[in-house]
Design a protein around this ligand. Structure first.
Ligand SMILES: *[C@@H]1O[C@H](CO)[C@@H](O)[C@H](O)[C@H]1NC(C)=O
Ligand SMILES: *[C@@H]1O[C@H](CO)[C@@H](O)[C@H](O)[C@H]1NC(C)=O
Ligand SMILES: *[C@@H]1O[C@H](CO)[C@@H](O)[C@H](O)[C@H]1NC(C)=O
Length: 392
């Protein structure tokens, strides 16, 4: 659903209301009442399960200054041919959205997201042909195919930098002259907010770190500086993805879930003595079905329905778990997913909603102290390469 913009800046003069004041006020009151009832209805109906309550106003209507970070989220290579997985890009996007929230500006969001080829192999839905391991032959997808832009805008106002919404703003700002666009680099958030040089500009064009936007949120681990919860973007998938997840959850009934990351994290390399080394030395072992079974026994009782989200492609890999649990995968729901899923990012977003609805959820590796996890290796290891452990 597109919301058309009326661009009215601080410089334009307002014309007097055409309606008599009394009628105008009455109309406004009625419209307001109807809108708020509709809002309340739709929110309690569709978002109570999200665990995060978006505010019920589309903030794009009230604030009309813009913040631009660049045409792409993270652009590591010269031509942005490589990019990180969804989690990394979401960290970056969240960092930018937080700044827009802090500055009370509309965020100009890249209209496409880069799909990493590492994270976009097909075969989860169609598990019948894992040997051919085809790829989704695309390196980008439309942001709107992943996220519900209108839903995001209820918390942080967003426009996409596509012709429909963005070019009009740019041409208007250039017509208005230099003063209305501030090109900045290395200026602090506080200065952008409080120095009139920047705070008065219609558009702040901010050059974000091309390697990873989230570098701009260096204090992001400090809880007090986090304005958006980590659950924010994971609860904002496009409507068709949310609908699919809801259907699947209804079919599953009450269930538990495990997220088993294997392929992408199992990279080993040889050291100078030819010895295999890994950043997550216990991961390969701990994500094998026999170890998973032993590990989760104390958390998930026998006989439960267990939803498994994994990038493991070997057919029947998790079958040994079926003597304890009733196993379910995305591939069990291909009739729901196949018509709507075009890439792995969308699929993972649906799986993530399903995992959020599990009674007990076990991650691959711990992020928070309260998390249950399959493996005790630290997730954020990028330096210490150790000899992998396969024995018990
Ligand atoms: C599996 O993929 C290969 C290579 O793309 C193809 O030749 C084969 O016919 C496929 N098999 C099935 C059962 O779809
Ligand atoms: C933003 O600034 C960069 C250089 O810092 C420039 O290449 C780009 O065209 C600018 N974009 C807009 C929309 O002003
Ligand atoms: C999912 O499919 C597998 C076979 O691929 C089957 O063993 C299992 O029972 C199915 N699970 C559900 C919940 O239908």
């Amino acid at each position: 659903m597109a919301i058309p913009y009326r661009i009215t800046g601080g410089h334009s003069r307002r014309s007097p209301l055409p309606l008599p004041t009394a009628r105008a006020i009455l109309a406004a009151v009625i419209t307001g009442a109807v809108l708020s009832i509709l809002c309340i209805l739709s929110f309690t109906h569709s978002f109570s399960y999200l665990g995060f309550q978006p505010r019920s106003v589309d903030k794009r209507e009230s604030s009309r200054k813009y913040l631009y970070w660049g045409a792409r989220i993270d652009c590591p290579g010269k031509h942005c041919s490589s990019c990180a997985g969804l989690g990394h890009q979401e960290s970056s996007l969240r960092c930018a959205l937080e700044e827009a929230l802090f500055l009370d500006r509309i965020f100009v969001m890249p209209s496409r997201m880069c799909l990493s080829s590492v994270h976009n192999t097909k075969g989860i839905i169609d598990s019948s042909n894992a040997t051919s391991n085809p790829r989704w032959e695309t390196s980008y997808c439309a942001m709107e195919s992943l996220y519900d832009i209108d839903l995001i805008s209820k918390t942080v106002p967003v426009v996409l930098d596509n012709p429909r919404s963005w070019y009009g703003i740019v041409s208007r700002s250039t017509k208005l002259g230099e003063g209305d666009v501030a090109h900045v680099q290395g200026v602090s958030r506080d200065e952008l907010k409080f120095n009139p040089l920047y705070s008065d500009a219609l558009l702040v064009n901010r050059t974000a770190s091309p390697l990873a936007w989230f570098m701009e949120c260096k204090d992001r681990t400090k809880r007090t500086s986090v304005m958006l919860p980590y659950t924010f973007l994971p609860t904002m998938p496009a409507r068709k993805l949310r609908v699919a997840a809801r259907k699947i959850k209804e079919i599953l009934g009450e269930y538990d879930a495990i997220h088993v990351r294997r392929g992408d994290l199992l990279k080993n390399r040889k050291d100078r003595f030819g010895v295999e080394r890994s950043l997550h030395p216990h991961l390969d072992r701990d994500t094998r079905p026999e170890f998973i079974k032993r590990r989760i026994a104390k958390w998930i009782p026998k006989g439960r329905t267990l939803f498994i989200a994994s990038n493991e492609r070997t057919p029947g890999f998790f079958s040994p778990l079926s003597d304890r649990y009733k196993l379910a995968y995305s591939s069990n729901f291909s009739s729901i997913l196949e018509p709507i899923i075009e890439n792995n990012y969308q699929l993972f977003m649906v799986e993530r909603l399903i995992m959020q609805g599990a009674k007990t959820f076990v991650k691959t590796m711990k992020e928070l102290d309260s998390d249950l996890a399959l493996c005790d290796d630290p997730k954020k290891n990028t330096k210490v390469w150790e000899v992998p452990v396969y024995t018990r």
